[in-house]
Design a protein around this ligand. Structure first.
Ligand code: UDP
Length: 318
């Protein structure tokens, strides 16, 4: 039975990753300091003999007894309002946390995967974004703490690969959604769905012409798992290339939930990327992967979760 460590296990992606690995027959150690994660995301694993949870801040030395075959480093604040609120922890988990996870993987002879991000491309001047684009990041802007932490994490990962020969993988994750996102994490999908369900106007930042491309969580994790099993050490984009403007996205959420309040304009946050769309040619050819779940289906699977959270009860799993 393979054994994996997942950091950030109580987060949105981390908890779904734990489920996926357990479903594939892994023994999973989940680790989280719960500063942005939520233990409710792991409540259903409480009695699973193949799952254990350790509350720990991975910026401190990681003690993980027993063998490990794979380390998935997913711990990090990941929404703009979170990393603006806790910028130093964001930088520490990308830098010190990645260092500790790499050191642990090296000591255990485990394969290592870092959850990196499309934010490495910043406000991109190349569209759609290919992995060989170096990006357009403002290191001293409000998003710099996240973008540069992840860029440092990628560089450190490559250094462990080159210097120690560690088996490493880097996934650049584009906007992803699904059940277990925090209703108040500020990202556009929980924000809009929460507002629509509460009968409030949707808050569109700027003129809403900026674009994003939304990937359903199950698609994303399938791509990430395939990447871990592959031999590719260089960064690989995983995301859904279906791109839309934020204004169109607002209209889509309203149409799906049957609300029609006028949208409310808010100032565009500084350095908010104007466009974002993954070029997934590499993932297609290397991993035989592409997303299968379109936005309509993904929303059908996601909305019941948010309905549960808005009503304040523990949701049944989608
Ligand atoms: N956004 C918005 N209204 C909101 C939250 C976000 O218009 O209530 C916009 C935001 O300015 C950005 C896009 O939606 O252009 C996606 O934002 P999100 O925070 O989800 O993630 P990002 O892709 O910027 O990291």
């Amino acid at each position: 039975m393979p054994r994996a460590l997942v950091t950030g296990a109580a987060g949105f992606l981390g908890s779904h990753l734990c489920d996926k690995l357990l479903g594939l027959g892994y023994e999973v150690v989940g680790m989280d300091n719960l500063i942005t994660g939520d233990q409710r995301n792991l409540a259903h694993l409480h009695d699973d003999p193949n799952f254990s949870f350790v509350r720990h801040d991975v910026t401190q030395f990681i003690h993980c007894p027993g063998e490990l075959d794979e380390v998935y480093h997913f711990a990090s604040p990941a929404s703009p309002i979170d990393y603006l609120r806790i910028p130093i922890q964001t930088m520490k988990v990308g830098a010190l946390g990645t260092h500790n996870c790499l050191g642990l993987a090296l000591a255990k002879g485990a394969r290592f995967l870092i959850a990196s991000t499309s934010e490495c491309y910043g406000d991109p001047l190349v569209h759609p974004q290919t992995e060989d684009y170096y990006g357009n990041v403002n290191p001293v802007g409000p998003r710099g703490c996240y973008d540069e932490a992840k860029r440092f994490a990628e560089a450190l990962t490559m250094s462990y690969h080159r210097h120690h020969g560690l088996q490493t993988r880097i996934v650049r994750i584009f906007n992803t959604y699904g059940p277990r996102m925090r209703l108040d994490d500020g990202r556009v999908l929980p924000a809009f769905i929460g507002q629509a369900l509460r009968g409030e106007p949707l808050t569109v930042f700027g003129d809403g012409s900026q674009t994003r491309s939304f990937c359903y969580v199950d698609d994303l994790l399938e791509g990430i798992y395939r990447l871990m099993q592959s031999d590719e050490v260089y960064p690989t984009n995983i995301g859904n290339p279906s791109e839309m403007s934020i204004m169109d996205f607002a209209v889509k959420i309203q149409a799906t939930l049957g609300t029609d309040f006028p949208v409310e304009s808010r100032p565009l946050p500084e350095n908010d990327p104007k466009v974002r769309q993954p070029d997934i040619s590499k993932a297609r050819s290397l991993l035989g992967w592409e997303p299968l779940i379109d936005l309509d289906e993904g929303l059908r699977r996601t909305i019941p979760f948010f309905q549960g959270r808005v009503k304040g009860r523990t949701p049944t799993e989608a």
